[in-house]
Design a protein around this ligand. Structure first.
Ligand code: HEM
Length: 134
């Protein structure tokens, strides 16, 4: 990406244009694949325990806001930074990769083109430094 970037809470660098946000189909489309993504993580015995006792409605909303902001969309992320959000969870690299795979599959099911999926994943990838703690 070219052009100026801003840094969002959670240390994702976000470009000043909203092209990726548009390519993802806007806020409603992002919320839809986020909800599907969340449901598929709950159905994965490896990831489900992390989400025990978590307010799913809230997390689905802030996750979609986060993806939206990372994609350059006109959303506000009002959650906590990635480091603080995950510090207590003991997320491993394999867990991180498993989550990314679920996100990829959910975007696939939503008809998001492969190249667009990869642009979002590339912007999320650096957050592993804040999220993976073991
Ligand atoms: C690209 C990777 C990831 C992104 C972008 C991401 C994003 C987020 C966001 C935006 C929140 C909300 C923070 C808030 O409520 O203020 C959150 C919370 C959470 N994340 Fe992640 N996350 C990622 C990876 C993971 C992984 C790999 C796991 C576990 C396997 C995980 C488990 C959780 C849990 C359990 C919460 C809720 C924490 C709580 O409310 O106490 N996340 N994440």
């Amino acid at each position: 990406q070219t052009g100026p970037t801003v840094v969002v809470a959670g240390a994702a660098a976000v470009p000043a244009d909203d092209k990726l946000y548009q390519a993802l189909g806007g806020r409603d489309a992002i919320q839809a694949f986020t909800n599907d993504f969340y449901a598929s993580m709950l159905a994965d015995p490896r990831l489900a325990p992390f989400f025990d006792g978590i307010n799913a409605k809230h997390l689905q909303r802030v996750l979609a806001d986060y993806f939206c902001v990372v994609a350059g969309g006109p959303c506000v992320y009002d959650g906590v930074g990635m480091k603080d959000a995950h510090a207590h969870l003991g997320v491993g690299k394999g867990d991180f990769n498993a989550l990314v795979e679920h996100l990829q599959r959910a975007m696939d099911r939503a008809g998001v083109p492969f190249a667009t999926q990869n642009r979002l994943l590339a912007r999320l990838a650096p957050s592993h430094r804040d999220i993976v703690t073991r």
